[in-house]
Design a protein around this ligand. Structure first.
Ligand SMILES: NC(=O)c1ccc[n+]([C@@H]2O[C@H](COP(=O)([O-])OP(=O)(O)OC[C@H]3O[C@@H](n4cnc5c(N)ncnc54)[C@H](OP(=O)(O)O)[C@@H]3O)[C@@H](O)[C@H]2O)c1
Length: 134
């Protein structure tokens, strides 16, 4: 598994289980070679350039935007999550079991929810909104 990101993300990505890290600012995405699946969370130019990485029969999945490109001999999918109780419960189980490792950037009280997601505000990692004090 190959993980990508900015230079500062290297240790985090390798710590999460990637075998190799590619610094998107310093290295060329195209030099990765062909892979079975690309999972894109960035979109735009990175999504466009990712299509060429998909081997024949492989898949490009993006969660960032509707697909704008198709791999030459593969497929491209815009995946949109549809949360439901059963899936959220499964995610909670994975968290408890240690099979899912979220990167928590900040924990804020409910009263600060709007400020936490205000435009222009950028906190690395996920922002948790604490609904109760228990
Ligand atoms: N389809 C769905 O169901 C679904 C669900 C959730 C989210 N989304 C979408 O998926 C995308 C990602 O969501 P998220 O919550 O994971 O966002 P996020 O926490 O902001 O994560 C995006 C990551 O990509 C990095 N990044 C962005 N541009 C980069 C670049 N050019 N080079 C290297 N790294 C880059 C960001 O780094 P920096 O912080 O350093 O920029 C950040 O670490 C968003 O567009 C969101 O709207 C879709």
């Amino acid at each position: 598994m190959i993980g990508t990101g900015r230079a500062d993300d290297r240790d985090t990505v390798l710590g999460l289980g990637a075998d190799t890290f590619v610094d998107l600012q310093a290295e060329r995405l195209e030099e990765i070679g062909h892979v079975d699946v690309v999972l894109d969370v960035i979109g735009g130019e990175i999504l466009d350039r990712s299509a060429a990485l998909v081997r024949p029969g492989g898949t490009l999945v993006t969660i960032a935007q509707p697909v704008t490109v198709q791999p030459a001999n593969g497929r491209a999918v815009f995946f949109v999550v549809e949360p439901d109780r059963a899936r959220l419960a499964d995610l909670a189980r994975r968290l408890r079991d240690g099979r899912l490792t979220p990167i928590v950037g900040s924990v804020r009280p409910l009263a600060e929810a709007a400020a936490a997601f205000a435009p222009g505000k950028r906190t690395p990692g996920k922002t948790i909104i604490r609904v109760t004090e228990d």
